[in-house]
Ligand binder design. Structure first.
Ligand code: FES
Length: 100
């Protein structure tokens, strides 16, 4: 398990970019006080999804408006063709961790 942030580091409805050794940049989402972690880099080009916009459980890429379902990483609308990698997340005490 790796700690990605603390509960409270990401407000409800927001996203934070996190860099951990050994991982691609990560995006930590708080959706209704549930935490989700995906790769931060859009699968289309190199945009940071942490700079995108969130509506419900969908994030819109800031570059070409591709959209991803945050919990599953699935593409909702193109141009991206490949889904985002997602991570199994647990909240332990006040820490958000990903399960390796
Ligand atoms: S870089 Fe994300 S949609 Fe193009």
């Amino acid at each position: 398990m790796r700690v990605v942030c603390r509960v409270g580091d990401v407000a409800d409805g927001c996203v934070k970019r996190v860099e951990l050794d050994g991982y691609a940049p990560l995006a930590v989402f708080n959706i209704g006080e549930r935490y989700y972690v995906t790769d931060d880099t859009c699968t289309h080009v190199d945009a940071s999804l942490a700079e995108g916009t969130i509506e419900g459980d969908v994030v819109t890429c800031p570059f070409h408006r591709g959209r991803f379902h945050i919990p599953s990483g699935k593409v909702v609308s193109r141009p991206p063709k490949c889904d985002l990698r997602t991570y199994v997340v647990e909240v332990l005490g006040d820490e958000v961790v990903i399960v390796e």
